[in-house]
Design a binder for this molecule. Structure first.
Ligand code: GLY
Ligand code: MN
Ligand code: MN
Length: 443
């Protein structure tokens, strides 16, 4: 059975009901993608769509969820799935099929995916609203429009409305996913623990003369041995000046004595991913210049985490980190002048050009609004998880900074649960202070 299989019918029914209670009466229509060709006969590895999997636990491609809310507090749920196919299953492995889907996933009915459109009129009967996001899957949308057009033609003597009111369910679903339920949080905690172990292993393994991809292999071996089916995003293993490329992905440079190695990597577990960055010295000891920059970033990060309290504006960590980074840039001799003015004029931007936080969950940059009414930053909800990831990046040929800082790139990133009592760092098992990191690098 695929590790994406999540059989917990009560949980998934509860999630669907919570969503439909927000949306009101109508029919929710949500698909998960078919498989896609990578090249020749090779398919891309399949990962179920985050929303679909959150609401069903169903792991297979080419499936559609139809959930009908006709009475408050109740809904009827139908899954359309690929039917069993003994000849195909010899090649690809077993499918749940129609009967197996109905039996295992707690849905009221299951049908072959090929019957979706012929069954839609009955499922939509008497319903005035369809909850579906247009634009996410153009091929599916085209089919939906054809369906409506066909229905209108068929019933033209009665001149019915050609289609129901279509309402986007994803803002409500995103808000629901943003505050983690117990199962989501448990998955994130496991992902965080596995990821932290990977980062520890990378610190222990890295040494001058290796290639970045060799360290990546050590890190990801820990993820895979722990049962994580895949990474939440491609690992960034960036030594020396490569750390100044924010989404560096070649991972093939040779590590040299005296380099820092920045690793941004997270394992997926139960559909959720961690997102950790650590930066450590390949030779096991920070140089004085590296340590000075590291302390500035760490001080900012710790302050940013403390600022991530329930009810605080979501960008509190960003604003706090900027204050501390600017103070640090002055101490390092990079900037001069009044801190408030430097912040107002964004004088830090050449060396800190990205945001500090994003929601985290099933998607590494998870769903959930950042801005509310009047474009005001959303208050941090209890149960939400965000990253706090300040950094400083001094490009090798940047003549604006003291020579000893050039080529140093440092980011420190943790995953923070906004708990009732305050922030909780889910990724605390990854070494972070200079002493902890140097200890972890010792072999
Ligand atoms: N790993 C991507 C990010 O930190 O946002
Ligand atoms: Mn991140
Ligand atoms: Mn990251």
């Amino acid at each position: 059975m695929s590790r994406d299989t999540a059989i917990d019918p009560r949980l998934h029914r509860l999630r669907r009901q919570r969503l439909l209670d927000r949306l009101g009466s109508g029919v929710l229509l949500l698909s998960t993608a078919p498989e896609t060709i990578r090249n020749g006969d090779v398919l891309h590895e399949y990962r179920p769509g985050s929303d679909f999997h959150y609401l069903t636990g169903f792991p297979e491609p080419e499936a559609v969820l139809v959930a009908i809310a006709d009475r408050p507090g109740r809904h009827r749920c139908v899954l359309f799935v690929r039917p069993r196919d003994p000849a195909r299953e010899v090649w690809d492995g077993p499918r749940f099929g129609v009967a197996g889907s109905k039996r295992s996933f707690g849905v009221d009915d299951a049908y072959p995916i090929g019957e979706l459109w012929q069954r839609m009129p009955a499922l939509m009967q008497g319903q005035e609203r369809l909850f579906h996001r247009l634009g996410g899957d153009p091929a599916f949308d085209r089919r939906l429009l054809e369906h409506f057009a066909g229905q209108a033609r068929k019933h033209r003597r009665r001149q019915p409305a050609a289609h129901p009111t279509i309402q986007d369910p994803l803002p409500a679903l995103a808000e629901q996913r943003r505050s983690k339920d117990a199962a989501e949080l448990a998955a994130l905690r496991t992902a965080a623990g596995i990821s932290a172990a990977g980062h520890r292993a990378a610190m222990a393994a890295a040494r001058p003369g290796q290639r970045e991809y060799e360290v990546q292999a050590e890190l990801e071996a820990v993820f895979r041995r722990a049962g994580s089916p895949r990474n939440g995003y491609p690992s960034i293993v960036a030594s020396g000046r490569n750390a100044c490329v924010l989404h560096y992905h070649e991972n093939d440079r040779e590590l040299r004595a005296g380099d820092l190695l920045l690793i941004d990597a997270g394992a997926e577990w139960g559909g959720s991913t961690a997102d950790i960055t650590r930066t450590f010295p390949v030779s096991g000891r920070f140089t004085a210049a590296q340590a000075a920059v590291y302390r500035v970033v760490l001080r900012a990060q710790l302050a940013g985490i403390r600022a991530s309290r329930p009810g605080a504006p979501w960008d509190s960590a960003h604003k706090t980190c900027i204050r501390w980074l600017v103070k640090g840039l002055v101490e390092l001799g990079v900037l001069r002048g009044d801190a408030s003015r430097l912040i107002r004029k964004e004088k830090f931007k050449p060396w800190y050009m990205h945001g500090t936080s994003h929601w985290l969950g099933r998607d590494v940059h998870d769903v959930g609004a950042y801005l509310g009414a009047g474009d005001r930053p959303e208050p941090l909800p209890v149960g939400s998880v965000l990253t706090v990831e300040p950094g400083l990046y001094f490009a090798p040929r940047d003549r604006r900074v003291p020579a000893e800082l050039r080529g140093i790139g440092i980011r420190i990133e943790d995953d923070v649960l906004v708990g009732k009592g305050g922030p909780e760092v889910l990724t605390a098992a990854a070494p972070k202070t200079i002493a902890e990191v140097e200890q972890a690098c010792r072999r």
